[in-house]
Design a protein around this ligand. Structure first.
Ligand SMILES: Nc1ncnc2c1ncn2[C@@H]1O[C@H](COP(=O)(O)OP(=O)(O)OP(=O)(O)O)[C@@H](O)[C@H]1O
Ligand SMILES: [Mg+2]
Length: 615
């Protein structure tokens, strides 16, 4: 219920449409109700029982007051009038014309209320997607390492759709049907008190049984949505890794994985359908049983003759009552749908409710322009419980270049991720000009950094837009950055030059070209602090040399943290930090480190020299 109300909150402001919606719905219901009650005078005409009509009709047009009596009296007044002046044929025409008019009105108002609802639905879904998307943008990187992408995608697509098709669509049922039930019951009570009391005893029994079915549907829906998420994860991985799958002849292996998920999903879907299909025949049976009970009870009342119930009123009553069953059935079947929608809604709201672990403090300040130094003080970090970085003490003076080297998995990328606050340290501090980065706004910290990562992250857009990415740079500036990154030549060689679309994640470019675009992007931002994580690893020796020159030129006026496997690329760094198993093992300049006998750097350097000689 809480989830349902929260989803409805997304339709705010309610005042903009709820009064209007209620008005349309009430009018549609009243005209609908009028249609069915008109069957009574119709039967009176057909069975020629109109002799009592003049006695029931008031002598003059009754003054308006809001009650069933007024409606009935007004109708009887005109009915008697037509009957007296034009006979039964005229009365038949009269009743039929009124039926047509009131059906027209009822459907017109129904249409108006549906239009309004369509507006609400679009608004709810739009706002829900918006919140979901902006929350995903806010969540820290670590969240995505833990969460499967397919699951997130399924929440975005099928869950939001489920909310749309069930929760929002059932708003009609939830608002309209109870209104109809109330109005219809008011008339039923007015027509016959004992009959209505009798039906009220029977209805709750079937209602309770339907609630049981709904509960089961909800449990099954939960299972089904999470299976769908797993399946989408497999699909996503397949699309991303299609090259590897083919190269390793792993089609069958991955297909097996997919089939497991697919079968599981089919099984849960079947179970849900079975339960849902049960609901309709079940309520049909319950409905007819109730009507039969009613016929029996009402029939006895009429046949025994000790009630003022006439045959026509009773038939009218039964018709009207069968109309109560329709909204009741709609209500119960929408309960099933709501259950599924609520499960989906909970999955969507679950993400919206996830608080980003890394966010601005309430009184976060702006990090002033970088002036002096970056200091890492007793830095500790762990992704989970296992420490990845320990006792890191390091100062980078403005304008200097510090290189991080070390074996794979020693924590270099992790260290680089801590500076722009992709993660916050679990111990110690990162101080930029003495300001702890955790006290500054994330935006102001990242604004001062340019980052080129191990993987080049590009978007399916033009080369121009990928370099310009979120800046206001002019075409000339973009080209200048591309020249520095040694990308200009290959860009102009592509068919559309800077306007070439590069495909999903830059799939139409080579690894080295992708990397040069990432570098150009970082160059264009012209940040005081540069973080280069294996920025040149995907380049051949020739272009690496060119890019390296460009980077060296760029780094002269900047403060840089450079990570590189190839030691030759970092030998000019002002200080080289050798990381080993998350700790600083050695530090110094290239020459100092080489002179240290038996040191890790010396060993790494010798190994690379041997490899180079082999090539
Ligand atoms: N998101 C993550 N969650 C949990 N553990 C992680 C995560 N990312 C990295 N690790 C672990 O942290 C350690 C350091 O990883 P990191 O990526 O910093 O290494 P690296 O020095 O950059 O290695 P490489 O030279 O291969 O890039 C590794 O043992 C790795 O398994
Ligand atoms: Mg790394």
């Amino acid at each position: 219920m809480k989830t349902y109300l929260r989803i409805l909150q997304y339709a705010r402001p309610w005042a903009a449409f709820l009064p209007q919606y209620l008005l349309y719905t009430v009018l549609a219901t009243l005209f609908g109700l009028a249609n069915f009650t008109l069957i009574i005078p119709l039967l009176q005409v057909l069975f020629e029982k109109t002799d009592q009509v003049p006695t029931q009709a008031p002598a003059q047009l009754p003054a308006f007051h809001l009650s069933l009596d007024w409606v009935k009296d007004t109708f009887n007044y005109f009915f008697a009038d037509v009957l007296a002046t034009q006979g039964t044929m005229g009365a038949l025409t009269f009743v039929c014309v009124i039926v047509v008019v009131s059906v027209l009105c009822s459907n017109l108002f129904r249409y108006l209320s549906l239009r309004l609802l369509a507006k609400v639905r679009a608004r709810v879904i739009r706002n829900l997607r918006h919140d979901l998307y902006s929350r995903i943008l806010q969540l820290q990187l670590g969240y995505f390492a833990g969460e499967r992408k397919g699951d997130l995608m399924s929440r975005f697509t099928s869950d939001v759709q489920e909310v749309e098709s069930s929760v929002v669509n059932t708003m009609t049922a939830v608002i309209q049907e109870p209104l109809r039930i109330i109005f219809f019951f008011a008339v039923l009570f007015y027509m016959s008190l004992p009959l209505t009391l009798f039906t009220l005893i029977l209805l709750p029994i079937s209602g309770g049984l339907i609630a049981g079915v709904a509960k089961r549907l909800r449990q099954q829906a939960k299972q089904s949505q999470s299976t769908l998420g797993s399946m989408l994860s497999v699909i996503d991985e397949t699309l991303g890794g299609i090259r590897v799958i083919k190269a390793f002849n792993a089609q069958q292996y991955i297909e097996g994985k997919f089939e497991d998920q697919n079968d599981e999903y089919a099984r849960t879907s079947r179970r849900i359908d079975n339960t849902r299909d049960l609901a309709s025949p079940f309520s049909e049976f319950a409905g007819v049983a109730v009507v039969a009970g009613l016929l029996y009870f009402g029939g006895t009342l009429i046949l025994s003759g000790d009630s003022n119930l006439t045959g026509e009123t009773f038939i009218g009553y039964v018709v009207l009552f069968s109309q109560v069953l329709t909204p009741a059935k709609a209500l119960s079947s929408s309960f099933g749908n709501i259950q599924r929608g609520l499960v989906a809604g909970e999955r969507v709201l679950g993400i919206i409710d996830t608080e980003p672990a890394i966010r601005d403090k309430p009184n976060a300040k702006l990090l002033p322009d970088f002036q002096g130094q970056i200091e890492l003080r007793n830095l500790q970090f762990a992704y989970g419980t296992e420490p990845v970085l320990q006792d890191i003490n390091l100062t980078i003076q403005k304008g200097k270049t510090v290189a991080l080297v070390g074996p794979s998995g020693s924590g270099k990328s992790t260290l680089a991720d801590l500076l722009p606050r992709f993660y916050d340290p679990t111990g110690g501090q990162i101080l930029i000009d003495g300001h702890d980065v955790r006290d500054c706004t994330i935006h102001s910290v990242r604004e001062q950094m340019g980052i080129v990562t191990q993987e080049s992250i590009l978007f399916n857009d033009t080369i121009f837009n990928n370099i310009r990415f979120n800046t206001q740079a002019t075409e000339a500036e973009v080209m200048e950055a591309a020249r520095i990154a040694n990308a200009h030549d290959f860009i102009t060689a592509t068919p559309d030059g800077y306007q070439t679309i590069i495909g999903d994640r830059g799939g139409r470019l080579s690894g080295g070209q992708r990397q040069r675009l990432s570098i150009a992007r970082a160059i264009l931002r012209n940040p005081p602090i540069l973080i280069l994580d294996e920025a040149t690893s995907a380049l051949d020796t020739e272009s690496e040399k060119l890019v390296q020159e460009a980077l060296t030129r760029l780094m002269q006026h900047r403060t840089s943290l450079v990570i590189a496997h190839r030691l030759s690329t970092v030998q000019h760094a002002d200080e080289i930090i050798v990381l080993h198993q998350g700790r600083i093992a050695e530090r110094g300049t290239h020459e100092e480190l080489l002179r240290r006998p038996g040191g890790l750097y010396q060993r790494l350097s010798q190994m690379q020299a041997t490899n180079a000689a082999l090539v």
